[in-house]
Design a protein around this ligand. Sequence first.
Ligand code: HEM
Length: 136
Amino acid sequence: MGGNGKVFTLAEVSAHNSPKDCWLVVEGRVYDVTKFLEDHPGGDEVLLSATGKDATDDFEDVGHSSTARAMMDEFYVGDIDTATIPTTVKYTPPRQPHYNQDKTPEFIIKVLQFLVPLIILAVAVGVRFYTKSPSA
Ligand code: HEM
């Protein structure tokens, strides 16, 4: 147990991102899981990679049991100043233009893959037709 009503910024929490000092943010609360790293059934690497951000989604995605949730109290050190957490809305836009930019050339390449053989065939037939007719 702990906490004592302390409120941390994400920058403060992010400083604790090593195997010797590891803090996590889950559902608005800050947890010091340093002593739990070795015992975490999901391994220490997932916990370390969940530092420096709001790890709520990662935590929820695993579908942790009520036993796991009950254990969290032991590691609770305070709350996060939610204003310092970037919202997911801010994360989404940069990904979408990148995704679309990739799609456009892909589409053009597919059209060209279909058209180029047809053009070559048409030219070959044209040349054949042109070179054959004077000799006939
Ligand atoms: C204080 C925070 C955490 C505690 C106390 C905790 C505790 C546990 C416990 C007890 C389990 C065993 C399965 C269960 O009872 O649900 C588990 C599994 C697991 N946890 Fe956590 N966990 C925490 C945070 C996280 C975070 C932030 C992540 C993801 C980045 C994570 C990823 C996993 C994974 C991948 C498993 C393995 C699931 C499986 O093999 O089926 N955990 N955790």
